[in-house]
Design a protein around this ligand. Structure first.
Ligand code: MIC
Length: 304
């Protein structure tokens, strides 16, 4: 008898059961980057809000992306392989407790395995930029309570991740206090944004012991670079790399566009074996098989 497939949330819960295991998640923001990360065989994906804002709206991560922008992007990404967990950025939750509750409900229905909610003001920005405005503890806790209540009411397996950005304005101890209360409220994972040193990283993991702590590795950000092996040794349980796709894409596409502008043709080393390669990455063979299995003839001439 075939086993029922795991949902992404169940799979993430399984992965987190092993206290020695670090779940490494590349940041993706569209169908192409999600397909590339899935083809590489990562255990899960991270849908970056910064990447979503830039790629779907063309604007920086400044609180411009709405709940519907984020939900529709993550719904598409999570649908590509529903048993691969997707952790998604849910920014501030997009409003007070009522909106947070809607966010959690919509993300759960979209197939998200876990989401994170932070304590920045609605006019938020990347956690590694200066000048962040942080809401009072009570407002933050009401967001988290609304998130946990909504998830419980849905009887969903989705995990709630509490992110605090308080380190920059109020210091290490305030950020720790906020995460301690988050644990009391019932969140599943902790996200201490913009950890400033490896010593701080070690302290956070020691303080929270059994509750999994997530590490956010932003290229050029406030947190010193750590490899997966180092992060695991320090005690992190999840590591997200939001910039892993967007950086190389910007660099290589810029170079190629410049080449075309100068030479009037794509470079010899364009990196593409043709359009078929891209279509195969995005499920061409699966679609042909599905069509033929149903007796369809639409793809007889497409070839393998
Ligand atoms: C994790 C993050 O929220 C994201 O949107 O991916 C960002 C990352 C970034 O801006 O590069 C953040 O750390 O605030």
């Amino acid at each position: 008898m075939a086993l029922a497939p795991f949902t992404g949330a169940q799979r993430l819960r399984e992965l987190l059961k092993d206290p020695k295991h670090l779940v490494v998640l590349p940041g993706v923001f569209d169908g192409l980057t999600a397909r590339l990360a899935l083809a590489t065989g990562f255990e899960g994906l991270y849908m970056t809000g910064a990447g979503t804002s830039i790629s779907t709206l063309g604007w920086a991560d400044l609180g411009i992306a709405t709940l519907s922008d984020m939900r529709s992007n993550v719904e598409m990404i999570a649908s590509l392989n529903p048993s691969v967990p997707v952790i998604a950025d849910a920014d501030t939750g997009y409003g007070g407790p009522i909106m947070v509750s809607r966010t959690v409900t919509q993300y759960a229905r979209a197939g998200v395995a876990a989401l994170h909610i932070e304590d920045q003001a609605q006019e938020k920005r990347c956690g590694h930029l200066l000048g962040k405005v942080i809401v009072d503890r009570d407002i933050y806790y009401s967001r988290l309570r609304a998130a946990v209540n909504a998830r419980n009411q849905l009887k969903s397996d989705m995990l709630i991740i509490a992110r605090t950005d308080a380190r920059q304005s109020y210091g290490f101890d305030e950020a720790v206090e906020r995460l301690k209360e988050a644990v009391n409220i019932g969140v599943d994972v902790l996200f201490f944004e913009a950890i400033a040193s490896k010593e701080e990283a070690r302290k956070v993991c020691q303080i929270f012991g059994d509750t999994p702590v997530l590490l956010n590795m932003v290229p050029g950000g406030v947190t010193p670079n750590m490899t997966a092996a180092e992060a695991q040794e320090i005690g992190f349980r999840i590591m997200i790399l939001p910039g892993v796709c967007i950086g190389p894409i910007i660099k290589s596409v810029c170079q190629e566009l410049q080449h075309v502008k100068e030479h009037g043709a794509v470079s010899e080393d364009n990196g593409s074996a043709g359009v078929k390669e891209a279509f195969n990455l995005a499920g061409l063979q699966e679609c042909i098989a599905l069509d033929q299995h149903a007796g369809g003839k639409a793809f007889d001439t497409v070839g393998k």
